[in-house]
Design a protein around this ligand. Structure first.
Ligand code: BGC
Length: 377
């Protein structure tokens, strides 16, 4: 049985892949900038490694953190890695060579950073795992994230709360589950949080999964994982399931999508298959409150998203960087849960929040995450 506790022990036994060589050229869209000013450690170089520019949230995360750190007087090297861990390892290597004092890393494959982190540690560089835990290395000093299991629970609970509204005329309910990228440590938490709530209803027959792609246990989640969280892969997977298992007028009523990039592809496949809002459009979950998905929520195409105010994550991490360099106590609020296989990493956990059609305006516009005009409101 795959419990929350066993999940939290992480994937430490997974192989640690050697870091690739250190001769990368910088991506020109990345920046190294900032100037020294006040405060302990002022002027120090901070490396910020983000996974990809292709997904909206990481652009927001990167630029927010860069702004905060520059304002605090640090130099910042912000790099994006095109979802390739080798590329990110090269970037980290360069940051270490350039004298970075702290590396903030949103990894791609959280099991494949060991060698580059050893080099960082040998030079006294401190490591903060950002959003995604880095597994199998002693050299992860802190972790800051949202409660990832809770994200999945919120999606699962939302589905259970709305079962009565999304069903066929004979009362049957067809659900299709999706999971995130198999190399992302967060993805198994999202899936387990949701599946621990939904699976009992699949087992007792209340919910059917016509494609048969219903993992028997949480541990089987990678069988439905979408590599690199690509919308296009989710779209073709949904198209295949609709073509193969929903012939003859059978309808899908609910889609468990772990995040917005997958939800977007799934929504495109449903559009192409002729599903219509107000008649047979299914309940679709998501995460991140990406702009396109927020607009889709307003258009009735996505029932909810789990919003993580990434500005707060950036604020927290900038504070932790400052505390590390000033030698003061570093804020954490969880010193038990996140075992990366070699140690329990001191963590700062932030709470996620459900957003629906009804709360887009009050929560996302009210907090300044979006302006009303960005959303056409
Ligand atoms: C993040 C999600 C994001 C996904 C794809 C996860 O690690 O926690 O917010 O949707 O990666 O980028």
């Amino acid at each position: 049985m795959f419990t929350r506790r066993s999940l939290l022990l992480g994937t430490a036994s997974a192989a640690i892949v050697a870091a690739a060589g250190c001769s990368s050229t910088r991506n020109t869209s990345n920046t190294t900038s900032g100037s020294a000013s006040a405060g302990g450690g002022a002027g120090s170089l901070i490396g910020v490694a983000m996974p990809t520019k292709s997904l909206e949230r990481w652009n927001r995360d990167g630029s927010h953190l860069e702004d905060l750190l520059k304002t605090a007087g640090y130099q910042v090297s912000l790099q994006y890695a095109d979802n390739k861990q080798d590329q990110q390892n090269n970037q980290l290597q360069n940051m270490i060579n350039d004298g970075a004092k702290v590396l903030v890393i949103a990894s791609i494959d959280g099991t494949a950073l060991g060698p580059v982190l050893s080099q960082a540690a040998a030079k006294g560089v401190k490591i903060i795992a950002y959003d995604r835990l880095i597994n199998g290395s002693q050299n992860v000093d802190y972790y800051a994230t949202f409660d990832n299991y809770k994200v999945g629970q919120m999606q699962g609970q939302f589905i259970l709360d709305n079962l009565g509204k999304f069903k066929n005329s004979d009362g049957s309910i067809n659900l299709e589950p999706f999971a995130g990228s198999p190399d992302d440590n967060n993805a198994k938490f999202f899936f387990a949080g949701a599946w621990d709530l939904i699976n009992p209803k699949v087992t007792d027959g209340t919910i059917k999964v016509p494609s048969g792609k219903a993992p028997k246990t949480d541990a089987d989640w990678t069988s439905i994982g979408i590599t690199s969280w690509l919308s296009s892969t989710a779209q073709s997977e949904m198209q295949n399931r609709l073509n193969s298992f929903y012939a003859g007028g059978k309808k899908v009523n609910i889609v468990l999508s772990p995040n917005d990039s997958l939800a977007l592809g799934i929504e495109q496949a449903l559009d192409a298959a002729g599903y219509k809002v107000g008649t047979d459009w299914p309940l679709i979950t998501g995460q991140d409150a990406d702009l396109a998905n927020t607009k889709n929520m307003l258009a009735g195409k996505q029932a909810m998203t789990v919003w993580k105010d990434t500005r707060k994550l950036g604020d927290q991490v900038a504070k932790m960087v400052d505390q590390i360099l000033k030698g003061t106590t570093v804020d954490v609020n969880d010193t038990k849960t996140y075992n990366n296989g070699t140690k329990v990493v001191p963590t700062y956990l932030l709470p996620p929040e459900v957003v629906t059609y009804d709360s887009v305006k009050s929560v996302l516009v009210g907090s300044g995450f979006y302006t009303a005009s960005q959303l056409g409101l």
